[in-house]
Design a protein around this ligand. Structure first.
Ligand code: COI
Length: 356
């Protein structure tokens, strides 16, 4: 394994005061991890250096052709003072799956995990201690060659930055309002929907902007071909409790395989709650709502954790779910996931990894 060179900052920044608001993704810690890739040489020069601007050509390929992938993870300050990561192996495996689709060379997953642990350890005093707050970790890879021309880059940069964060949605655990998108699509099978790449999020901006203008938090995407089947929300996977059974859209290429999604399914199975991954049409959901069978709806994601959905708008059809309140199962899942992540309850799955 490569050595990781560490250069500590001589100008540490002021950390947010305990309990100060931490608007998501706006405050950055003191250091970042960098590693270069060059064709013929592989990944090299792994280093932790002071957080700062990158030196790149305006012709850098990632800026023009979107050859970039990213991940989202968190470090938690456990109640007993330990620092925990949640299933970092799953994030690194997904990063390599995204890399494959975008012609980005594979990373050594174990080494990348170690690099992230080291970065978190260097900036451990940046992990917030207030209730519900954590250190968000953003690993990403970008194509750097200065070249106007569409082909995979030969020189890439793997970067990890971190930021102390509170809730992703200002609503916190209060149910969000979601709008079912009818005009735009996010991804199609055969495209890049299952990867975490910048382009998928660029594709979502217009719809998101229109939804916000109508006072909705995010949009729920339907499949890109028939515009009938539920896929995911902008920053989270979705689950619906219908007549006692939890249903989530199956992974078929255009949906992000969320680490929180996977964990929710495993927790539900352990509890013996019926859970199925299948195609679910928006019409079926609207019918279930009319028949009083749509009991709960929630999104799942690293940033969003478990986010109840209280109101769903599909054209003129408005579904108010569980009277717009958080459901019992959503609350229990939130408590269990966050309980494991902050070490408040035992972790029977072995999902947490301690950073020393
Ligand atoms: C995450 O949940 O970590 C994400 O990456 C979603 C979003 C912040 C883009």
């Amino acid at each position: 394994m490569q050595e990781i060179r560490v250069e500590l900052t001589k100008n540490p920044k002021q950390k947010p005061a305990p309990g100060a608001p931490l608007p998501f993704g706006t405050i950055f810690s003191d250091h970042m991890f960098l590693m270069d890739y060059d064709k013929g040489k592989g990944w090299h020069d792994a280093r932790i250096v002071p957080f700062g601007n990158l030196d790149m050509s305006p012709a850098a390929m990632c800026l023009h052709y979107g050859q970039s992938v990213f991940e989202g993870m968190k470090a938690y300050r456990a109640v007993d003072g330990r620092i925990l990561l949640f299933r970092p192996d799953r994030n690194m495996a997904r990063m390599n799956s995204s890399n494959d689709r975008l012609c980005i060379p594979q990373i050594d997953e174990k080494f990348a995990e170690k690099a992230i642990e080291k970065l978190v350890s260097v900036d451990k005093d940046w992990i917030p201690t207030s209730e519900g707050a954590s250190l968000y970790i953003r690993p990403f890879i970008i194509g750097m060659d200065p070249h106007i021309g569409v082909h995979p880059a030969n020189h890439l940069l793997f970067i990890v930055i971190t930021c102390p964060v509170g809730n992703y949605y200002p609503e916190g655990l209060n149910p969000v309002k979601i709008y079912v998108e009818k005009n735009y699509v996010r991804a199609v099978r055969g495209g890049m929907g299952y990867t975490k790449t910048a382009g998928n999020y660029a594709a979502s901006l217009k719809a998101q902007d229109e939804a916000e203008k109508q006072d909705y938090t995010q949009v729920l995407w339907l499949d890109g071909v028939e515009r009938k089947y539920i896929e995911e929300v902008g920053t989270m996977n979705v689950f619906f409790k219908i007549n006692g059974e939890v249903v989530t859209p199956e992974l078929q290429g255009s949906i992000l395989p969320g680490v929180t999604r996977m964990s929710v399914i495993e927790i539900l199975k352990k509890w013996g709650v019926p859970v199925v991954e299948r195609r679910l049409s928006i019409q079926e959901l609207a019918d279930a709502a009319k028949d009083g069978k749509l009991e709960e709806a929630f999104g799942s994601g690293t940033a969003a954790v478990i986010s109840p959905i209280g109101h769903l708008k599909w054209g003129d059809d408005i579904m108010v779910i569980n009277d717009g309140k958080i459901g019992e199962l959503s609350q229990k899942l939130y408590d269990t996931l966050t309980g494991i992540q902050w070490g408040k309850i035992p972790d029977p799955f072995g999902w947490t990894v301690e950073v020393k």
